[in-house]
Design a protein around this ligand. Structure first.
Ligand code: O2Y
Ligand code: MN
Length: 593
């Protein structure tokens, strides 16, 4: 492999459905050449060299950042585009009010017209990839066809891409089909279409992140959530983190937060000094996506389908995420960051050096806005993370002890509470909300309901999705406890009440103590609230402020409940089994141990 093939050359695959699909796409898009990607280092190096030569990538300072590159995207192509993202099911209802819908015939017509001849003068890359460890029964494969070498390079970092994936695809005989073209990068000729019934994705007109790296949001969430419902598992927008206590026992926690709530930071948390000295360790399994399925033992077993991180650069620092900072010193592709005068990557919140060039390559001038784009990213192989879990490659996955939902809320939501039972936990996840940030285009700072952080990513009707979650509560199930956290509560002056970052381990410690049945809780307005905890011990924060972060105000809670009910009314009909806002009679009572 790794050769540029003439259009009529035999495809290097024994799978005729794959070979004929590539032929069909080539006939439509008219590339100059077809390249089947094998995922080798040689291929990666050649791609990078080609992109350096044509200006797609800029080599960063080799002394401080060996193997690192900067890509500047089109200034109008800097984030996911929810308003141009569609789920195309035969029945409009199946997509639900949470998705934009288009009839499959109409969508295919539109996309065929856009793709026609779009790869003239370009190379068509065939990118076989596996989401999840290559030998895991939980993994799923896809093939992305793209005319963007930047996408190929990112897919190599983000997925198990190349020859081994192709072998698995040939063995299994099926795969998710993703077709991507940069097109003209014209926002008026840009669509991200999902065809869950066909297990296919078509993306045109964007070269950026979630719009173009089709293994990530398009496959691993929108298409996979559909497959997961059909096959009895869950595809979730969750990090997976292992917390090892001083006795050497590790609990794995899956946590869902809307975009830009510090998921990557939590996944790579560094314990505060006293915890580290006592022997606590944190292991990163994944920072964004979690696929979980009940095992024979009734527990949920989870894998991270990704092999890399596409993390937000601004705000990443030695304080917020030292592990991330360490892992992106080498072999990293940066997108839309600023540069120092000696060609090092820079972004707001990194340190107090002054940038020389902004993300568009202009000499830095604060009058032009931030130096790095607020959605600037790094792409890096997951194994470069100092806290990378050895269990991340385990084909069986890891057993999940707790599920945590959270959002960015200045008021109302306490630091932590526990759902009363699975049904209540599903309600807590279904009604969670967060203040918007820059990760998706749109207005910043609005409270947006974002069920399970899946609002932009669930590939089908939310009512059906909640019913699917509820269906896991069956005899023999040993389901994880469900919690809700809010690291972002503020006081009346707008100052954060909780220090966050590594100190969040204190809250995870309480969660684990609840999972192990070691501490009591009291039944409060939102759910079970902490009684005994170590939140303020040695924290260096006034315990009254911690108490405020834990408090629930009756008036605020009443407003929240009305908002939750109003939001919930949309999906109620589709998930008739769902009435979990009240404590269930068979649920666990609050305990005082
Ligand atoms: O704007 C994009 O394309 C990236 S969005 C993203 C990237 C990595 C992880 N999560 C997200 C997200 O929006 O949830
Ligand atoms: Mn995400």
């Amino acid at each position: 492999m790794n050769a540029v093939l003439e259009l009529d050359a035999a495809a290097p695959t024994s799978l005729s459905t794959l070979a004929s699909w590539v032929e069909e796409v080539a006939a439509l898009t008219c590339p100059d050449a077809i390249r089947w990607c094998d995922g080798s280092q040689r291929e990666y190096d050649a791609l990078l060299a080609g992109m350096e030569a044509d200006g797609t990538l800029i080599a960063l300072n080799p002394d401080t950042h060996p193997g690192c590159w900067l890509h500047r995207s089109d200034p109008e192509d800097v984030a996911r585009v929810e308003h141009l993202t569609f789920v195309c099911t035969r029945d409009a209802e199946a997509a639900g009010p949470n998705n934009q819908w288009m009839a499959p015939d109409q969508a295919h017509g539109k996309m065929d017209a856009l793709f026609a001849g779009c790869m003239r003068g370009r190379i068509l890359y065939v990118v076989p990839y596996c989401m999840g460890p290559i030998d895991s029964p939980l993994s799923r494969c896809g093939v992305e066809i793209t005319d963007s070498p930047y996408v190929v390079a990112n897919m190599r970092l983000m997925t198990r891409m190349g020859a081994q994936a192709l072998q698995r695809i040939e063995r299994e005989g099926h795969f998710v089909r993703g077709l991507h073209s940069l097109g003209e990068l014209d926002p008026d000729r840009r669509f991200i279409m999902h065809f869950p019934e066909e297990l296919s994705i078509q993306s045109y007109g964007s070269g950026y992140g979630g719009n173009a790296l089709l293994g990530k949001k398009c496959h691993a969430l929108r298409i996979a959530s559909w497959q997961a419902r059909e096959e009895g598992w869950l595809a979730e927008h969750m990090l997976i983190v292992g917390i090892e206590n001083p006795q050497g026992d590790t609990h794995y926690i899956a946590a869902a937060f809307p975009s830009a709530c510090g998921k990557t930071n939590l996944a790579m948390l560094v314990p505060p000094p006293a915890y580290r000295e006592a022997g606590w360790k944190v292991w990163t399994v994944g920072d964004d996506i979690c696929w979980m399925r009940p095992g024979p033992d009734g527990q949920l077993w989870a894998i991270n389908p990704e092999a890399g991180y596409f993390g937000v650069a601004p705000g990443t620092s030695a304080k917020s995420n030292p592990n991330a900072l360490a892992m992106i010193q080498r072999d990293t592709i940066y997108t839309n960051v600023a540069l120092t005068d000696d060609c090092q990557p820079w972004w707001e919140g990194l340190d107090d050096r002054a940038p020389a060039f902004d993300w568009q390559g202009r000499p830095y001038d604060p009058a032009n806005g931030p130096a790095a784009h607020p959605n600037a990213r790094f792409t890096v192989a997951a194994r470069q993370c100092p806290s990378w879990s050895p269990r991340a490659e385990d084909p069986q996955g890891v057993p999940i002890s707790a599920i945590v939902f959270g959002g960015r809320r200045a008021t109302t939501m306490p630091l932590v509470f526990e759902a009363r039972d699975w049904r209540h936990g599903v309600f807590v996840g279904a009604t969670m909300a967060s203040e918007t940030t820059a990760a998706a285009t749109g207005q910043v700072g609005l409270v947006r309901r974002d069920p399970m952080a899946m609002k932009p990513f669930c590939g089908y009707h939310f009512g059906d999705y909640f019913a699917h979650w509820l269906s896991f509560d069956e005899p023999g199930a040993r389901l994880p406890k469900i919690f809700h956290v809010n690291w972002f509560r503020k006081d009346a002056d707008g100052n954060f009440l909780w220090p966050g970052f590594g100190e969040n381990l204190r809250v995870l410690e309480w969660i684990i103590a609840r999972v192990e049945g070691r501490v009591g809780a009291e039944d409060g307005l939102p759910g079970f609230m902490p009684l005994e905890h170590h939140f303020a011990e040695g924290l260096g924060v006034d315990p009254d402020r911690v108490a405020l972060a834990l408090q629930v105000d009756q008036g605020e809670w009443a407003i929240e409940q009305r908002a939750q009910d109003q939001f919930w009314a949309e999906s109620r009909d589709r998930s008739a089994r769902f009435d979990a806002s009240a404590p269930s009679s068979e649920g666990e009572e609050a305990t005082e141990l």
